[in-house]
Unconditional design. Structure first.
Length: 346
């Protein structure tokens, strides 16, 4: 069904130049996407299955995607209808969990002088609050290995204000979980209007950006400090800030994630930086997470280089090392990735 819907939407967008006037074309649907493919050598210590399975080569499709988005004017109060239908595609083997297309951000809504109201399935305000800190987004160096809260959720409704004073935007989202089960172990069924919430305040001024966000009762897992509850439900507070200049970039993120009805709690830290020389961008990132109850730790560092071929095209190489340490036994699990790849946006 998803495959048919996407084909119809793409076909409509491609046909629109022949069917619409010049004015209507500006408001018509836009087909867009990204192909990001990398060849990677993965090294594990200890091996995940057997001593002979500690090193392998993989071709990865790093959240490659295809989508349709747009808006059009309505006949009421200067309102616009807004929509997006975005699907992940697997460039490496054409299979994403048994599907050709898997749902990413999909929504419909309204936009006007009051702000924007959308509903569907999409990234929470807390996930978006990482801003530009993550230099290795969608690769093995992604901050999701260090910080909980990188969630795309279903049944989410979000209101975003216009940019206030040309500086600050408030995003408020709530999620009716449509479930009669007591997933957060508080003794009450989850069948309300706002069983989970995600709120952020973002600020952008020239090269500077910053964000603060708060998730409440979000279904997610702690990275290193889970206490074994049947379903993990978290409260998350995230702070992020950085500078994105023509020549260099710096960013930092701090986060506290704790079980809503349990004792698990962890702190996450990420710092990143990049330096641009003509077409080359050199970048590096470090992150760590430590658990309160278990004393388990995770550390991650990555560095790499991008070479810009055109405005929307690049090739890149990177190295990432991710280590988790058991606070009780001192045992470690390490995963090292060395990769080269290409990214084309359209």
């Amino acid at each position: 069904m998803k495959k048919n819907l996407l084909a119809i939407a793409v076909g409509a967008a491609l046909a629109s130049p022949m069917m619409m006037s010049g004015v209507a074309l500006a408001d018509g649907p836009k087909v867009y996407g990204k192909v990001n493919v990398s060849l990677e050598n993965m090294n594990y210590d200890p091996a995940p299955a057997s001593p002979n399975n500690d090193d392998e080569w993989e071709l990865q499709s790093n959240a490659s995607r295809l989508g349709v988005k747009g808006d059009f004017d309505l006949d009421v109060a200067d309102l616009k209808a807004v929509y997006k239908a975005e699907f992940e595609i697997s460039v490496d083997d054409g299979d994403k969990g048994g599907q050709t297309f898997s749902q990413r951000n999909i929504y419909g809504g309204f936009q006007g002088g009051f702000g924007t109201l959308i509903a569907g399935k999409f990234d929470t305000p807390t996930k978006k609050a990482q801003m530009d800190v993550d230099q290795f987004n969608d690769l093995d160096g992604d901050i999701k290995n260090i910080a909980a809260g990188e969630n795309r959720v279903s049944n989410i409704i979000q209101y975003s204000t216009p940019k206030l004073a040309d500086l600050v935007t408030l995003n408020v989202a709530f999620i009716p979980n449509e479930d009669s089960d007591d997933f957060d172990n508080d003794g009450e069924n989850e069948n309300g209007l706002a069983d989970s919430t995600s709120i952020s305040l973002t600020m952008e001024q020239d090269a500077f950006y910053a964000a603060v966000s708060r998730d409440t009762d979000i279904q997610d897992d702690l990275i290193v400090d889970g206490t074994g509850l049947p379903v993990s439900v978290l409260d998350i507070t995230r702070l992020a800030a950085g500078l994105n200049m023509d020549v260099f970039e710096v960013g930092a993120l701090y986060q506290i994630a704790e079980e809503s009805e349990g004792d698990g709690e962890e702190n996450s830290y990420v710092v990143s930086g990049a330096f641009k020389i003509d077409r080359v961008k050199l970048k590096a990132q470090y992150g760590m997470v430590d658990g309160d109850q278990t004393d388990n730790e995770g550390t991650q560092y990555a560095f790499g280089a991008d070479y810009k071929l055109a405005k929307n095209s690049k090739v890149y190489a990177y190295f990432n090392e991710l280590t988790y340490e058991d606070g009780t036994t001192g045992d470690e699990e390490e995963e090292r990735t060395l990769g080269v790849g290409m990214e084309h946006k359209f």
